[in-house]
Design a protein around this ligand. Structure first.
Ligand SMILES: N[C@@H](CCC(=O)N[C@@H](CS)C(=O)NCC(=O)O)C(=O)O
Length: 331
């Protein structure tokens, strides 16, 4: 099993504004894989590699889409170790780490690299930003295509369809008739829920925390009411869309991590939000792309062992037990 790395509290001061509110830095590699003639990054079999962490909600988006679209044999994956250093970011696994999930290996493309930051600096020796996951890597040009999950997932929707069987081409996570609604939901889900939990956890003042947690729970109530009004099991009724993926990655981490570590404890999904809970259990238990990419061991160990400014001794709580309730508990 893994050994914890030495924690450090060297968080960058620009993560907070003058009110003590958390602000997420913007992402820097923003290229697109495209079928357009002459594109610098054309779709190709076995040219692209995804670096992720199973712990990270943003990387989790890309893992789910890769599975839903059946791209496993076209885009390979490596997951970093779940303990992230606050100063040096992620490291690659060693063969001895023996973590759950198959892709936790040394970097297969650059076996000499110990840390993810070496990959970034290999792509751009002058790079000054964060060394975050996910990273979509181009094996041919030896560079980063993108490190922005919201854009990576969209590249996977259709650009690789020529390599896929008909049933996987037909998976449309951003259908034309729902695009406006998905974009609208994305915007407020990102700000109030996906990033909203971080605003609670990483707030530096009581008032920043209070405002963030009030806002988060107001939006959970909106989502609960929205899901109650749907005729199918997904965010927009009968078909899975990007809205499900982007919400799932936060909701599945909510009870096991955010409630305690980020103090989002005005309620729990399993006890207080029956429609969100039903929606979550259905995705987890009935859609393999969601459960196959969810590792509670990575998730819990990452947050509680890495965010040492919130949890200095790195103790990982036992509960809630179980990490996610069985489907029978719902119906
Ligand atoms: N905008 C990025 C955010 C990704 C992100 O924040 N990833 C976190 C892990 S959950 C990370 O790798 N952080 C490392 C660091 O900041 O050093 C995306 O959505 O792709």
């Amino acid at each position: 099993m893994a050994t914890a790395e030495t924690p450090s509290n060297g968080l960058r001061p620009d993560l907070w504004n003058e009110k003590g509110e958390f602000q997420r830095p913007t992402t820097q590699f923003r290229n697109f894989i495209s079928k357009e003639p002459g594109a610098r990054f054309p779709p190709s079999r076995d040219r692209y590699h995804l670096y992720v962490s199973y712990a990270c909600p943003w990387a989790h988006r890309a893992l789910i889409v890769r599975k839903l679209k059946g791209l496993e044999s076209i885009i390979s994956v490596t997951s970093v170790h779940y303990v992230m250093s606050l100063t040096d970011s992620w490291r690659f696994c060693t063969p001895e780490d023996n973590l759950p999930m198959d892709d936790c290996t040394p970097d297969p493309l650059h076996p000499e690299f110990k840390r993810l930051k070496q990959l970034y600096l290999h792509a751009n020796p002058d790079y000054q930003g964060r060394f975050s996951v996910p990273v979509l890597w181009d094996k041919k040009l030896e560079t980063i295509v993108s490190n922005e999950s919201s854009e990576i997932i969209r590249m996977l929707y259709t650009e690789f369809d020529e390599f896929l069987p008909q049933d996987k081409r037909a998976v449309d996570l951003y259908p034309e008739h729902l695009r406006n609604k998905i974009d609208e939901v994305n915007e407020w889900t990102y700000d109030n829920v996906n990033n909203g939990v971080y605003k609670c956890g990483i707030a530096k003042t009581q008032s920043a925390y209070h405002d963030a947690v009030t806002n988060l729970f107001t939006h959970l109530r909106y989502i609960e009411a929205h899901l109650e009004g749907q005729s199918g099991p997904y965010y927009f009724g009968s078909t899975i869309t990007e809205a499900d993926i982007r919400l799932y990655v936060t909701i599945v981490r909510f009870d096991p991590v955010y409630v305690s570590l980020f103090k989002t404890n005005r309620g729990m999904i399993r006890f207080d939000y029956p429609h969100i809970h039903g929606w979550l259990l259905n995705l987890y238990w009935n859609v393999k792309a969601f459960s196959d990419t969810t590792s509670f061991e990575h998730v819990k160990n990452h947050y509680f062992m890495s965010l040492t400014m919130l949890n200095p001794n790195g103790i990982v709580p036992d509960g809630p037990v179980p990490d996610i309730l069985p489907l029978e508990d719902l119906w």
